[in-house]
Design a binder for this molecule. Structure first.
Ligand code: DGL
Length: 268
C-alpha cells in the first residue's frame, strides 16, 4: 500500500480489517509530500519508483491509496504489472469510490472534493460517468469540484472555516453524494457531514471495501493461515514525524518504521 504520506493509513486501516490474515507493508513518500500539486508526469514517475521497491519486497497485491497517484498513474502501473510474471494486481481508490457514488446518488448530483492534481486529471469524471452509464440510471459525473488544503491539522477554527467554505458550494449545488477524493478528508468527515446534513452520503476510499479480498481470492493468493498477521511501514522522510502523525490516522500502534530512499528523491 502506498501514499504520499500518512493519509493513506485511513485506507490501510480498512484493509487491516478486511484482510487480517495478510502481511501489510505501507510506504509513505513523506519526503516528496504533498502530491496534490504535482504534475501527472511526476506522479507517474514517483508511483513507478515506489512500485519497484514494493515488488522487490515481494508484494502480491498493490493498493494505491493516494488519490492523486491513482488519478495519474494507475494505467501505467497496470501496464508495468502485466510485464511481470508475478501476477500482481493494482487497485486504486478512484474506481471503487466512483462506483459507490454512482450507485448511491438519487438526484444525479455528485460532489467531488479533491486536490488540484486529482481534479485536473478528470479521472473521477470519467469513472463516475462510466459507472453511471453502466447502471443506466441515476448519477451524472461529478461537477462540483473543490480544491482543498491537505495540511489542515490539527483541528482548529481555521479548519472549521475551511470545511465550511467547502461545504457551501456543495450545498448550493444540491449534491446528495460527496466523494472524499483525498486521503486526508476522512478526518474532517464528521464536520463536513454536520454542515451538509445527515442525508448527504460521504464516500471515502477507505470504505471502498471488499476489493482486496476479491482480488486475492481471484488470483488464489490469499493466505490460508488464519492467524492475525503483521503490518509495517516504510517512509522516505522523517521516521519520528511519520510515527507521531501516522498513529493518529491509523488509530493503531505504529512500531516498525524503516527509512527508505527512492532514486529521484535522492537526486532532488
Ligand atoms: N494523498 C494525497 C491524495 O490522496 C493527499 C495529500 C497530498 O497532497 O499528498 O490525493
Amino acid at each position: 500500500v502506498f501514499d504520499s504520506g500518512v493519509g493513506g493509513l485511513t485506507v490501510l486501516q480498512e484493509l487491516l480489517v478486511e484482510l487480517p490474515h495478510e502481511d501489510f507493508i505501507y510506504l509513505g513518500d513523506t519526503a516528496r509530500f504533498p502530491y496534490g500539486e504535482r504534475s501527472a508526469g511526476e506522479l507517474e514517475r514517483f508511483s513507478l519508483e515506489i512500485t519497484e521497491l514494493l515488488l522487490a519486497r515481494r508484494a502480491k497485491l498493490l493498493v494505491v491509496a493516494c488519490n492523486a497517484a491513482s488519478s495519474a498513474a494507475l494505467d501505467r502501473l497496470r501496464e508495468r504489472m502485466l510485464s511481470t510474471t508475478l501476477g500482481v494486481e493494482v487497485l486504486g481508490v478512484i474506481e471503487p469510490e466512483s462506483r459507490i457514488a454512482a450507485e448511491r446518488s438519487r438526484n444525479r448530483r455528485i460532489g467531488l472534493l479533491a486536490t488540484t492534481a486529482t481534479v485536473a486529471s478528470g479521472a473521477y469524471d470519467r469513472a463516475v460517468g462510466a459507472y453511471a452509464r453502466r447502471h443506466a440510471r441515476r448519477a451524472s459525473p461529478a461537477r462540483t469540484s473543490r480544491r482543498s488544503s491537505s495540511r489542515a491539522f490539527p483541528f482548529d477554527h481555521r479548519v472549521v472555516e475551511t470545511v465550511r467554505a467547502t461545504a457551501t458550494p456543495l450545498r448550493e449545488a444540491d449534491v446528495d453524494t460527496v466523494i472524499l477524493g483525498c486521503t486526508h478528508y476522512p478526518l474532517v468527515a464528521p464536520m463536513l457531514q454536520r454542515m451538509l446534513g445527515p442525508e448527504s452520503a460521504l464516500i471515502s476510499s477507505g470504505r471502498a471495501g471488499g476489493l482486496g479480498r476479491r482480488s486475492l481470492t481471484r488470483a488464489e493468493l490469499g493466505n490460508p493461515d488464519e492467524s492475525e498477521r503483521a503490518y509495517r511501514f516504510l517512509c522516505t522522510g522523517d521516521v519520528e514525524a511519520f510515527r507521531a502523525l501516522g498513529s493518529r490516522f491509523l488509530q493503531l500502534p505504529i512500531e516498525e518504521i524503516e527509512h527508505v530512499e527512492l532514486p529521484s528523491a535522492v537526486a532532488a
